[in-house]
Design a protein around this ligand. Structure first.
Ligand SMILES: C[S@@+](CC[C@H](N)C(=O)[O-])C[C@H]1O[C@@H](n2cnc3c(N)ncnc32)[C@H](O)[C@@H]1O
Length: 349
């Protein structure tokens, strides 16, 4: 029944080729498109951590692929694997959870959920000690993890295939199901892209603090300015279009609209945060970022880069090359969950 045993990497559907290009160029790893939103790599390959990549959302280490198995036989096979694991790891004390998921497909999700339920039923009746170490997916994702904690994953990419993986947190897996960390909707935000900046800040691991200064290039209708002000920053919101500060509610006193060209704007004094979400070609945006860096005009940045529809890797590579040349403490490029044909560059001096 098992067809393959390979590492499986998940990405946004449609970004399989850019991920292959990234892994080949940055990590010398050659992958093959193995299923919907999945690229697989040989079991012997050393995988990067999800957070160190642009396009990977989740890793299923040493995943087993079953083709054509009904729910019951897929679950039985997974249970056998779990029994082997618990025998081998009976001195381990790490916590574990189980993700059963599909990507944007209700039928496949229902199938993964049914199999996960069968597996949990087996653990409840036959693996009492292992069950004591179980955490709900929510608790697993929102409390501190150790490198020996285990994530079991069941992915249903189609109606006839199932992938099963058992990996430890030491392997750079995301704690979120399919790598999908939902951001809370921000009440009162004037646009949905507010959540995108929250996601970028969570990824950077630093937020603006009270009293920080910030410039938001391409600010209207104000979602990103809202997020910066909500964290306590004083914001210059640069946009040649109108920006209605009334939409900012109680935060409007922290935001000044500067009606100017974001391609040319420079603050009088260096600011703590420069964020940029202007809709324009990547070259222009990278030109703005380069100029700000050369003028030492910011200490942190979050910059959105539009990608060409086909073959985006060269553009991504150029963007990474630019931010890596800054020599800063932390710079990253990330295809955020909120990003479609774009990536977000983030950096901290
Ligand atoms: C995608 S929207 C920004 C959304 C915003 N980040 C939010 O969260 O609400 C892009 C904005 O960039 C502005 N923009 C585009 N080119 C610009 C330029 N050269 N100078 C100033 N603003 C520009 C547009 O007017 C538009 O309001």
């Amino acid at each position: 029944m098992i067809q393959l045993r390979r590492h499986l990497i998940l990405m946004r559907p449609g970004f399989e080729e850019p991920l292959k290009d990234e892994f080949s160029a940055r990590f010398s790893l050659e992958g093959i498109v193995a299923c919907r939103a999945g690229v697989s790599f040989p079991e012997s390959a050393r995988m990067p951590k999800v957070v160190d990549t642009v396009f990977a959302r989740q890793i299923l280490p040493r995943a087993l692929q079953f083709i054509g198995a009904d729910d019951k036989s897929a679950a039985e096979f997974i249970c056998e694997r779990i029994d082997v694991l618990t025998k081998r790891g009976n001195r381990q004390s790490g916590s574990w959870t189980l993700h059963g998921f599909a990507i944007d497909d209700d039928d496949n999700l229902a199938r993964a959920t049914r199999i996960a339920k069968l597996v949990m039923g087996h653990v409840r009746t036959s693996q009492k000690d292992f069950l004591k170490r179980y955490l709900s997916p929510e608790a697993f994702a929102t409390t501190e993890r150790t490198s020996s904690d285990i994530l079991l994953q069941i992915y249903a990419p189609s109606n006839d295939a199932i992938w099963f993986s058992c990996g430890t947190m030491a392997e750079g897996i995301s704690v979120w199901e399919a790598g999908f960390q939902r951001m809370k909707t921000l009440r009162g935000a004037p646009s949905r892209s507010a959540s995108k900046l929250e996601e970028a800040l969570a990824y950077l691991g630093v937020h603006p603090k009270a009293g920080d200064t910030a410039v938001d290039l391409g600010a209207a209708p104000g979602g990103w300015s809202f997020v910066l002000a909500r964290h306590g920053a004083h914001v210059q919101a640069v946009d040649h279009a109108a920006l209605d500060l009334k939409d900012m509610g109680p935060l409007k006193g922290e935001i000044i609209h500067v009606k100017d060209n974001g391609l040319k704007f420079m603050p009088e004094k260096a600011v703590d945060w420069m964020v940029c979400d202007m809709v324009m070609g990547a070259r222009d945006t990278l030109g703005v970022l380069k100029a700000w860096h050369e003028q030492k005009a910011m200490a942190n940045f979050v910059v959105n880069i539009k990608l060409p529809k086909s073959n985006p890797w060269p553009q991504v590579s150029e963007a990474l090359g630019l931010i890596e040349s800054f020599g800063w403490t932390s710079v990253k490029g990330r295809h955020l969950l909120h990003d479609r044909s774009e990536i977000t560059l983030i950096g901290r001096k």
